[in-house]
Design a protein around this ligand. Structure first.
Ligand code: ADP
Length: 164
């Protein structure tokens, strides 16, 4: 069985993430979306909230699981028999950051965990969690930027709701 992991912050999940999840789930038998529990960052949503929001958004994709992890990604991958880590590339600066991380993970896993890059869909090239947070902070309309089923959670976090 081919298994992949898609690690990230997902703070919050965006349609760009969803695009990658759908595409990776079509390539592998099983995909685990894994929220990194990074104690250094102060996130908008707790790890538990993010896991639950992603679970809601992927509920119709039968081969997608959602979990969280701390520590080394490759340790989680090896423990769960996962061979491939998925990352998305939007810009050259994504690549500059991702290349050494992928090389480091390959060394750390003794070649057992490979990184597979998926190029962003054109329509999502400018979409990031931080852009969503920025728009929501100023009470803007984030419809279409994140899955509909998590819109309310984000509005609630910032204490507003758009008129119907
Ligand atoms: P991290 O803090 O690990 O970068 P993110 O949630 O910001 O977590 O991103 C997780 C992964 O998803 C990264 O590989 C990132 O490049 C990718 N990604 C984020 N937004 C998009 C998008 N709009 N299109 C394609 N890939 C994306």
């Amino acid at each position: 069985m081919s298994k992949a992991i898609y690690p990230g912050s997902f703070d919050p999940l965006t349609m760009g993430h969803m695009d990658l999840i759908r595409r990776a789930a079509a390539i592998f038998d099983e995909l685990t979306v894994a929220v990194l529990n990074n104690h250094e960052k102060s996130p908008l949503f707790s790890v538990e909230e993010r896991v639950n929001m992603i679970k809601e958004a992927v509920s119709e994709l039968p081969n997608v699981k959602v979990d969280s992890f701390s520590g080394f990604l490759v340790d989680y991958a090896r423990t769960h028999g996962i061979q491939v880590s998925i990352r998305g590339l939007r810009t050259p600066s994504d690549f500059e950051y991702e290349l050494p991380t992928a090389q480091f993970n390959r060394i750390l896993s003794k070649g057992q965990v490979e990184t597979l890059f998926l190029a962003t869909g054109l329509e999502y090239a400018h979409l990031s969690s931080s852009a969503v947070r920025e728009v929501a902070k100023f009470k803007g309309d984030i419809t279409g930027l994140v899955p509909d089923c998590i819109l309310n959670e984000i509005y609630q976090k910032y204490g507003y709701k758009l008129e119907e």
